[in-house]
Design a protein around this ligand. Structure first.
Ligand code: NAD
Ligand code: MG
Length: 329
C-alpha cells in the first residue's frame, strides 16, 4: 500500500524543510526526514485532527462525510493474493466493508456487494471504480433484517459470481444510548436482527455452497470484550459474533473452511455519524487511543485479505484487532 500524506504530515514536512533551509549549518540537528519507501509514522499516517461534528440520516453515505473515509481507493495495491476467488461482503458499500471489497478486488477476486437500498450512491461509486479496473462486481441491495432476503442474497451472489469461497459478515446496526431506559424494544430487536440473525441466516445458506479452502470472516469489535456503556445492545451482539466465530470454526474445520474475526477499534465510517456516537462526541472519536487518532478503513484491508487468502491456513477461530494500541484484543 502507498502511504497517504495527511494535512498534518504535509505541514510537518514543510516545517521540517523550512527549518533545514533556515539553519543549513546546523542541518544534523533537523528532524530526520523519511527515506523513500520507509514506513510512515502510524500516529500521523492518516487524519489525526479531531473530526468535525456532523450527523446524517441512517444509513448514511460516506461520500457526504467530512473528511471522506479512506478505504484504499487510491492507495491499495494488490499482488494477486486472491486471484480467481469469489467474495460476498455485507455492508460492502462503505467503511470497513468497502475497504475489504477494494482489497479483495485488487488482489484479483470477483466481488458481490450487499448494502441497504438507501446506500446506492456509495455502492455505485465503489463498483464503478473496480469495474473500471476490470473486476467483476455484483451489486445486491436489500434489507438484511429480512430472513428471506438473506437467503436470496447468498444464492444470487453465488450465481452472479459463478461460485462463493469468501464470505464477510460485516454489516451492522449501532445506535448509542446513554442508558437501558433509552433503548427501545424496537432498537434492541433491530440491532440483534442486523448483527446476529442476518449473520446466521447468511452463513447457514452459504456454508453448503463453499468448498474446502474457503474462508468466512466476521466483523466483531473491541466492544465484544470491553463494552462501551452507551452501546449495550450493540456490544452484546459483537460478543455474540466473536463466540459464533470461534464455535463455527470448530464445526467447519472438518469441511476445510476457516472462520476468523476482525475486531476494530474506533474507525472513521458512516456508522459513527448516523447515531453510532452520542451527539457532540465525534470530536473525541479515536483521540483517546494510544496512537491518538481514529483508524481509517484502509488500515484494515490487509487483515481481511490475509484472512481470506490461503496464506494463513492454520489460523482458524481467531479474532484480530485493529485498535490503535488500545490492546483490547
Ligand atoms: P458502515 O456504516 O460503513 O457499514 C455498516 C453497513 O451495514 C452499512 O454500510 C450498511 O450497508 C450495512 N447495514 C446495516 N443495516 C443493514 C440492513 N438492515 N440491511 C442491509 N445492510 C445493512 O460502518 P463500518 O464502521 O464500516 O461498519 C462495518 C462493521 O465494522 C460493522 O460490523 C461494525 O460493527 C464494525 N465496527 C466498526 C467500528 C467503527 O469504529 N467504525 C468499530 C468496531 C466494529
Ligand atoms: Mg454504508
Amino acid at each position: 500500500m502507498v502511504d497517504q500524506p495527511t494535512r498534518r504530515s504535509l505541514l510537518q514536512a514543510a516545517a521540517a524543510t523550512g527549518a533545514v533551509l533556515a539553519a543549513a549549518p546546523a542541518m544534523s540537528q533537523a528532524a530526520p526526514s523519511r527515506p523513500v519507501g520507509a514506513p510512515a509514522d502510524p500516529q500521523t499516517k492518516y487524519v489525526s485532527e479531531p473530526f468535525p461534528e456532523q450527523r446524517q440520516k441512517w444509513p448514511g453515505l460516506q461520500r457526504d462525510m467530512t473528511p471522506v473515509p479512506d478505504c484504499g481507493e487510491r492507495s491499495y495495491v494488490g499482488s494477486g493474493k486472491l486471484q480467481g476467488r469469489k467474495a460476498l461482503v455485507t455492508g460492502g458499500d462503505s467503511g470497513i466493508g468497502r475497504a475489504a471489497v477494494i482489497g479483495f478486488a485488487r488482489e484479483g477476486a470477483d466481488v458481490a456487494i450487499n448494502y441497504h437500498p438507501d446506500e446506492e450512491a456509495d455502492a455505485r461509486d465503489v463498483a464503478g471504480l473496480l469495474r473500471g479496473e476490470g473486476r467483476k462486481v455484483a451489486l445486491i441491495p436489500g434489507d438484511l433484517t429480512s430472513q428471506r432476503f438473506c437467503v436470496d442474497l447468498v444464492r444470487r451472489a453465488q450465481s452472479e459470481l459463478g461460485g462463493l469461497d469468501i464470505l464477510v459478515n460485516n454489516a451492522a446496526y449501532q445506535q448509542s444510548k446513554k442508558s437501558i431506559d433509552e433503548i427501545s424494544f424496537e432498537q434492541f430487536d433491530r440491532t440483534l436482527k442486523t448483527n446476529l440473525y442476518a449473520m446466521f441466516w447468511v452463513t447457514k445458506t452459504a456454508v453448503p455452497l463453499m468448498r474446502p479452502g474457503s474462508a468466512i470472516i466476521n466483523t466483531t469489535s473491541v466492544n465484544a470484550v470491553d463494552p462501551g456503556e452507551e452501546l449495550l445492545d450493540y456490544a452484546t451482539t459483537k460478543a455474540g459474533i466473536a463466540i459464533f466465530t470461534k464455535g463455527l470454526a470448530k464445526q467447519l474445520a472438518k469441511k476445510g473452511i476457516r472462520v476468523n474475526g476482525v475486531a476494530p477499534g474506533p474507525i472513521w465510517t458512516p456508522l459513527q455519524v448516523v447515531g453510532g456516537q452520542l451527539p457532540g462526541e465525534l470530536g473525541k472519536f479515536g483521540q483517546d487511543t494510544p496512537l491518538g487518532r481514529a483508524g481509517q478503513p484502509v488500515e484494515l484491508a490487509a487483515l481481511y485479505v490475509t484472512l481470506a487468502s490461503g496464506e494463513l491456513s492454520y489460523t482458524d477461530g481467531s479474532i484480530f484487532g485493529a485498535n490503535g494500541g488500545l490492546g483490547t484484543i
